[in-house]
Design a protein around this ligand. Structure first.
Ligand code: HEC
Length: 124
């Protein structure tokens, strides 16, 4: 929770210049935060905690947006990023509706999007 708030604060303060000049480290840091947020999603699922699900899905979407700035030249990468953000939105919508099956499906969709983008990146 504290970590989530700190990350959100860090994202709000992050200037594009910083992201552009420290690309590799920033991307790795953001991906590690994605892992933490994804874990938060699983915790939300098993605890039936819709607030935690919404919070972590929102966070994942923000992280995804922050980590795609420097990849904007690749159309395919951007389409993976958009699919990921759509899956996060789907999860948020279902968390707000307190739809238990919907959030479970959203969790699976988000996780598949992680895997698919990583497969794409590895193939480059
Ligand atoms: C749109 C593309 C995309 C999506 C979606 C995506 N990632 Fe990544 N991920 C990357 C890229 C690119 C790297 C490689 C970063 C590097 O090492 O340069 C990466 C690397 C990582 C790493 C390794 C970081 C390290 O320390 O080397 C982790 C962990 C990770 N991602 C977690 C996740 C999780 C969890 C999700 C889903 C919740 C996710 N990613 C979704 C693009 C994506």
């Amino acid at each position: 929770m504290t970590q989530t708030v700190l990350l959100a604060a860090a994202l709000l303060n992050a200037s594009p210049t910083f992201a552009e000049t420290k690309i590799p480290n920033t991307t790795q840091m953001l991906m590690k935060q994605k892992l933490v947020a994804a874990h938060g999603l699983l915790e939300g699922i098993v605890r039936n905690d819709f607030d935690a699900l919404k919070e972590n899905a929102d966070l994942l979407k923000s992280i995804s947006k922050a980590s795609t700035w420097h990849k904007s030249d690749s159309e395919i990468f951007m389409s993976y990023a958009r699919s990921f953000q759509n899956a996060a939105d789907f999860l948020v919508t279902n968390a707000l509706a307190k739809n238990q099956e919907g959030v479970a499906l959203g969790y699976v969709r988000v996780t598949l999007e992680c895997m698919q983008c990583h497969n794409h990146v590895r193939d480059l």
